[in-house]
Design a protein around this ligand. Structure first.
Ligand code: AMP
Length: 113
């Protein structure tokens, strides 16, 4: 069964894609928690970080490279941005396809909720 995010990447479910490269696709979150809120999703449908293998290190690194590339072009990220990875139910993960939230455009509190 394809994940929700695979369906978005396949164009079967509409989303506003703002970035893509060989490894990663990024699109606007449907329920934004900041003025700028996108999800960075690896094309490979790994369930979560816990299930990533050592061989996935390039893909994991490319998630950060994608965030860097987006930040370089996104004006609201100039003053700072936050990356969040929810791993597992207790952390609030809802979609079983590894993804990183990228948020910007407002002051961020600490600790996160
Ligand atoms: P998580 O709780 O870390 O698994 O994050 C899943 C995120 O996916 C949430 O922030 C949702 O708002 C977002 N989301 C769910 N459905 C869609 C969709 N169709 N398009 C874009 N984002 C979505």
């Amino acid at each position: 069964m394809p994940t929700l995010f695979q369906k978005i990447m396949a164009g079967e479910i509409l989303a506003e894609i703002i970035y893509e490269d060989e490894w990663v696709v990024a699109f606007k979150d449907i329920s934004p928690q900041a003025p700028f809120h996108v999800l960075l999703v690896p094309r490979e449908p790994i369930v979560d970080l816990s299930q990533a293998a050592d061989k996935d290190s390039a893909m994991l690194g490319r998630l950060f490279i994608a965030a860097r590339n987006i930040a370089r072009k996104e004006p609201s990220a100039a003053g700072g941005f936050r990356l969040v990875l929810n791993n597992g139910k207790a952390a609030g993960q809802e979609v079983p396809h590894l993804h990183v939230h990228m948020l910007a455009g407002r002051e961020m509190g600490w600790p996160p909720g």
